[in-house]
Design a protein around this ligand. Structure first.
Ligand SMILES: *Cc1c(COP(=O)(O)O)cnc(C)c1O
Length: 438
């Protein structure tokens, strides 16, 4: 499959090139030249398929010409060796729990697939790829565990000392020998500044192949379409002749873009609710067709605090830059912190289910959509993007309950921390990177 840039002035590339490059040279985001489609016959063959069957069927369409199928199938099985449960909470409402991967958040889906594809392509090219990331917590841990032990790759991640939770720090500092955690004496902005400086450092460019692993990489997006396809197929079986609506807690809008991809491929999806917090640039665009990003505001759903979403360029591309067309399939709903906390409480009281704040934003937006679109008739899926234990302070405040740490995490909590403490000046980072191969 061929990919081209949303800015349209770079040459089209293979999946390998798009994966290893991340961002196109013209600054645009890679999109498939043509979205593959599943025929009704192909879909009916997948009706009783497992998550991994469906994931492989989709991966094959994007990568089949570049990766031998037995290798690709093994890679999919390695990535998704955990469950993706669809939990019913109420008549026609389901929570798709995307937090059963190693770092308890949905970013594991993208990071694990990207890690393995990067390793495979880097080995073919006989290269060592160094992934450099600044993190305030969640992206870094998913990347650390996504690339953990993958040959031909290593990860250097910078996190602000004392400014991540204990659980996050454990996840950042306990992955394998090819993952190097740098604990920076400074804040997240210092980490980002250092990483930016490294990317433009000509001496480093000579010594290392640096890439970033942020959500603009097409190989993080493709695997996120798998769980939309999987849930939509299960609901189609349960509600014959009807399509599902997905409510998606959104920050950079990569997740909802992956859903749009699944819908274009032909999976039975009727509508999207793009749920935002007070950072509502896309919500306002869907209302009036004007994209006017604003500075980021802090909310209790920190992973969605994005003023200028990076995947918006892809959404525009898929809807021909037409906000009315986008609005026919995506409804934007913004949710306040107060509503989020009230939703955690009311869902817990009504059915005993504890949801993390990001998931609660999605749940609340689905309720609001149903109230304002009576008779729309979609069974609804709320994507649960994180395990509630990751935001246990918010849960404590909302319902006065502790969230027990899941079994798998206890083992990670017991591992010894491996991190190198550095100052916030560039010289120390540059020295560390220059010495990686010595
Ligand atoms: C990253 C993240 C989001 C936002 O996802 P996007 O793809 O950036 O829209 C939502 N919830 C959680 C828990 C996240 O980590």
């Amino acid at each position: 499959m061929i990919f081209f840039s949303t800015s349209k002035s770079s040459a089209p590339v293979s999946l390998k090139k798009a994966t290893l490059e991340g961002l196109a040279p013209d600054g645009g985001l890679y999109v498939p030249s043509e979205v593959p489609r599943f025929s009704p016959e192909e879909l009916s063959l997948l009706e009783d398929g497992t998550f991994n069957n469906i994931a492989f069927a989709i991966a094959k369409k994007f990568a089949g010409a570049e990766i031998p199928l037995d290798l690709l199938s093994g890679l999919v099985d390695e990535c998704f060796d955990f469950d993706t449960p669809l939990v019913g909470i109420g008549e026609e409402t389901f929570v798709e729990e995307l937090f059963h991967g190693p770092t308890l958040a949905f970013k594991d889906y993208g990071a694990r697939f990207l890690g393995r594809l990067t390793g495979l392509f880097a080995a073919e090219e006989n290269r060592m790829i160094t992934v450099l990331v600044a993190t305030s917590g969640d992206t870094g841990s998913a990347v650390a565990y996504g690339f953990d032990g993958i040959p031909n790759t290593r990860v250097v991640l910078l996190y602000p000392s004392g400014k991540v939770s204990r659980l996050q720090e454990q996840q950042l500092t306990t992955a394998g020998d090819n993952v190097f955690a740098l604990e920076v004496k400074g804040d997240f902005d210092d980490c980002q500044r250092l990483v930016k400086q490294a990317f433009v450092d000509p001496d480093l460019k000579k010594a290392l192949t640096l890439t970033s692993a942020n959500s603009i990489n097409i190989s993080r997006l493709i695997p996120q379409s798998f769980y939309y396809a999987w849930a939509s197929m299960q609901l189609a079986r349960r509600f014959p002749g009807r399509t599902a609506a997905f409510s998606v807690p959104s920050g950079n809008y990569g997740n909802v873009t992956a859903g749009v991809l699944a819908r274009m491929m032909g999976f039975p999806i009727g509508h999207f609710i793009a749920a935002s917090n007070a950072n509502d640039s896309v919500t306002r665009y869907l209302d009036n067709g004007r994209f006017e990003p604003r500075p980021t505001v802090k909310t209790m759903t920190t992973a969605m605090d994005v003023g200028n979403p990076s995947n918006f360029a892809r959404l525009l591309h898929f809807y021909d830059h037409d906000f009315r067309k986008m609005g026919e399939q995506i409804t934007g709903i913004s949710v306040t912190d107060q509503e989020t906390a009230a939703t955690i409480r009311s869902v817990y009281e009504a059915c005993g289910y504890i949801m993390d704040p990001h998931t609660a934003v999605g749940y609340r937006a689905l309720e609001e959509y149903r109230n304002t679109h009576k008779g729309s008739g979609y069974p609804g899926v709320v994507l649960s993007t994180a395990h509630p234990v990751k935001f246990d302070d918010a849960i404590m405040t909302a319902i006065n309950r502790e969230v027990p740490i899941p079994e798998e995490m206890l083992e990670v909590m017991a591992r010894p921390k491996k991190a190198t403490l550095i100052g916030n000046g560039y010289a120390e980072l540059s020295k560390f990177l220059q010495n990686l191969d010595r």
